[in-house]
Write a protein that binds this ligand. Structure first.
Ligand code: FPP
Length: 243
């Protein structure tokens, strides 16, 4: 296959720009995060509608603890509100939730909320929604390597992959970053190896269904070679295709 005509199976998103969205409106930064939750909710429904199987969202990074204390506590409070409000409706839509990241350091209430949401939605099959929270790509590589080392197991590509927080899903096909920055910011460092990257200036609260469709249309025009040549892919098309 020379072009990625298929819908990406797994989309991952760096939801950047909440703060700037709020500043433009003379609102506190938390106002941007609240609007960001609305965008997140619409994005989940639209991705599912388009046939995406896995959606991974970067909600709070290992480095976000360095933000002003007021913003960090505001985000933690927002998280509790969002869990209570959105988990039942996500469950009703057949979404399976996973929280990926370091649980240690989060409040008991948040940890219990994550556990309950994962148990409640464990049999849902319409979409896997990974929320990366207190997550960093470097943290995940280190914790996976440490757990293998502690068991005396050899570190290989497959053993490391299996010990990582994202072991339950295939690698992302498409990584979107909103907010106009061109960087990966410690997101899915291991899993991004062959992802197609898409950057948009849209601030996350403005990221609409149309924006998601545009990113997917752009993805559909990409040639995914996985180390092969374009000619090899062309000769393979029509026969067996492995991507
Ligand atoms: C980046 O925008 C966004 C975040 C650090 C948080 C993303 C969170 C949400 C979309 C809400 C859902 C999450 C929770 C915790 C309920 P930024 O603040 O860095 O924006 P800026 O670059 O414009 O300052």
């Amino acid at each position: 296959m020379s072009k990625s005509t298929a819908i990406p199976r797994h989309i991952a998103i760096v939801m950047d720009g909440n703060g700037r969205w709020a500043s433009k409106r003379f609102l506190p930064r938390l106002g941007g995060h609240k609007k960001g939750v609305d965008a997140l909710r619409k994005c989940v429904s639209h991705a599912m509608f388009r046939g995406v199987r896995v959606l991974t969202l970067f909600a709070f990074s290992s480095e976000n603890w360095n933000r002003p204390a007021e913003e960090v506590s505001g985000l933690m409070h927002l998280l509790a509100v969002v869990l209570a409000r959105e988990v039942p409706s996500l469950h009703a839509e057949g979404v399976r939730l996973h929280f990926v990241g370091e649980r240690k350091g989060l409040s008991g209430k948040v940890q219990a909320g994550f556990d309950e949401a994962e148990v409640l939605t464990a049999n849902n099959r319409n979409l896997i929604l990974n929320i990366c929270f207190n997550y960093g790509g470097r943290w995940d590589i280190v914790q996976a390597a440490s757990s293998l080392a502690a068991k005396g197991e050899p570190i290989t590509e497959s053993s490391l992959h299996a010990a990582m927080g994202m072991a339950h899903v295939s690698d992302p096909d498409l990584i979107i970053r909103t907010g106009g920055e061109y960087r990966i910011s410690n997101f899915l460092l291991w899993q991004a190896a062959y992802a197609e990257l898409y950057f948009t200036p849209a601030l996350w609260p403005d990221f609409s269904s149309t924006e998601l469709d545009q990113a997917m249309a752009d993805y559909a025009r990409r040639e995914r070679r996985f180390g092969k040549t374009s000619e090899q892919l062309k000769s393979l098309s029509g026969s067996q295709v492995s991507v």
